[in-house]
Design a binder for this molecule. Sequence first.
Ligand code: NI
Length: 203
Amino acid sequence: MTDEDVLPIVQCGDPVLRRPAEPVDPADLRTAELQRLIAQMRATMEAAPGVGLAAPQVGVPLQLAVLQDGPERWGKVNADELAARERYELPFTVLVNPTVTPVDGNGLAGFYEGCLSVPGLAALVARHRAVRVEALDEHGEPVDRVFSGWPARIVQHEADHLGGRLYLDRAEARSLSTADNYVKFWAGHPPADAADALGFTLR
Ligand code: NI
């Protein structure tokens, strides 16, 4: 990876983040152009750093997202928080043209999240605890996989980007915090504490 592989991240207010992305033609996954885009998205996600990045966030209106999570991204998140969030290592994954459906019986989990396209803010979002993903991988091979816990949250966040949605569309409005105040008040605390103090209902 070289520095030039890192692309600028499109910020909210740009209409590319608000339009549904176009499906990728699977034949295009064999082109150097698409493979280069995937490498650039991976480098951009790592540099940010982030746990997911969707193509519209680098200005490309295609249904393509990259995901990765692991200890190198956990920073000061303690073991209790990791466990509460069901946050475990997610190897580098590419999802092309994903369809995401909730897995019945797993309910919702409400946690704070943020977005590289909405810098400096965090808000609580209720997400399905488990989702089934049908997609293609970077080689055009079919993916049919269940994600749960934090990886399920990442998948839902990125799939939202591909549909022209931002996490703020689904967030508890009264939970909205600056990133600094998230660290100051809510990091390391159960989400119920934020719900009580800020006045929203935890779903
Ligand atoms: Ni995002």
